[in-house]
Design a protein around this ligand. Structure first.
Ligand code: NAP
Length: 334
């Protein structure tokens, strides 16, 4: 049984505690910490874990074999580095960290430790819909040429700013495109048009992010944080021989009073429920086997590095080159 400590028992941290306790096998939550004592106490009461005063003592505890980092983005680096120093596997929520330099420190520390200890919570790789589109590429639709993506949230956090739309949200599409196409991006351009009145003052929302892969595949991403609709993601790939539309998960359609309506969930918890379960089950299994696979710290680094180039493009208004980086042999070919 893998004894797991969770740092950050807020919205997503608690959902992971619930899935490991109720849905998955091979793992048990033994330790929880959160700067919000109420969140920590509630989570600990739910799963029977011990509350630790801080992340550092949780990571050092002999009651903890592996760690989940689900606190805010700016806190990820310190906790992930502490896990590497303690030799404990860690699943870190996305983004791996807030800057290229910060992610680079994690990659360097992991390579210096000499074994893979970091997995990043890019759960969309585990979604059946995205997997089906990926399978169609170079298969049913032939060589991919264009990919259209949409990423809509119902409403953003109070503190959400335009850069977050890129560094916290579009990182998902950046990671997906690297994973689907098997290559990195070479240019970025970002357009902020008319802003929705639903966003806060000064928030540029929605954004259109244009990426070009190393081989020339064109990718457009609509990122709309305050759509007011619900949580929606879409992906359509156009290939040499056809088009692949990502299938939607089955949803109840109700016909009544001369109308047909389908429920759209509020957030990622429902839409990616099964994908998260697959990711976390794989993490537990890999901890037991002693070998972590992708999404790796390198994937987390590349997503944040590419997102920072997108932020430059947002401010310059031009096409920003994304300098190619060599993937260290340490991270294999996954
Ligand atoms: P949240 O509801 O605010 O939960 C974060 C929790 O961590 C809060 O209880 C917060 O306390 C606590 N915290 C903050 N700093 C801490 C620290 N230094 N040590 C321990 N606890 C700390 O936020 P969330 O929505 O769960 O997001 C958490 C992380 O998950 C973020 O990195 C986010 O990007 C990621 N996330 C990923 C996805 C995805 O699609 N994979 C979806 C949602 C979120 P306070 O409330 O007092 O600040």
């Amino acid at each position: 049984m893998v004894r797991i400590g969770v740092i950050g028992a807020g919205d997503i941290g608690f959902s992971h505690i619930r899935r490991i306790t109720e849905d998955l096998h091979g793992g048990r939550i033994t330790a929880v910490t959160d700067i919000d004592e109420g969140h920590a106490a509630q989570a600990a009461a739910f799963c029977g874990a011990r509350v630790f005063p801080d992340g550092e003592s949780l990571i050092a505890s002999p009651e903890v074999d592996a760690v989940i980092v689900a606190s805010w983005d700016a806190t990820h680096e310190g906790y992930v580095l502490a896990c590497i120093a303690a030799g404990k596997p860690v699943l870190c929520e996305k983004p791996l960290s807030v800057s290229e330099e910060s992610c680079r420190r994690i990659v360097d520390a992991e390579m210096a430790a000499g074994r893979r200890l970091v997995k990043v919570g890019f759960m969309r790789r585990y979604d059946e819909g995205y997997r089906a589109v990926r399978d169609a590429m170079y298969g049913a639709i032939g060589q991919p040429l264009i990919v259209h993506c949409a990423h809509r949230n119902k409403c953003g956090y109070a503190q959400h700013c335009t850069e977050n739309s890129v560094k916290n949200s579009t990182v998902h599409e950046i990671d997906l495109m690297r994973w689907m196409l098997g290559e990195d991006m070479r240019t970025a351009q970002v357009f902020a048009g008319r802003a929705s009145s639903r966003g806060g003052e000064g928030l540029k929302d929605p954004l259109t992010v244009l990426l070009e892969s190393e081989s020339g595949v064109r990718i457009d991403v609509e990122v709309f944080i305050n759509s007011g609709i619900g949580y929606e993601v879409h992906c359509t790939a156009v290939g040499e021989d056809g088009v692949a539309d990502m299938p939607e998960p089955a949803r109840l359609a109700v016909r009544a009073a001369n109308q047909k309506a389908e429920y759209i969930s509020d957030d990622w918890k429902v839409r990616f429920y099964h994908a998260y379960n697959r990711l976390f089950q794989q993490f537990i299994d890999e901890v037991q086997a002693g070998c972590l696979t992708a999404p790796s710290a390198w994937d987390g680094f590349m997503a944040t590095y590419t997102a920072e180039c997108c932020v430059k493009a947002l401010y310059s208004g031009g096409i920003e080159p994304i300098a190619p980086l060599t993937r260290p042999d340490f991270y294999g070919k996954e």
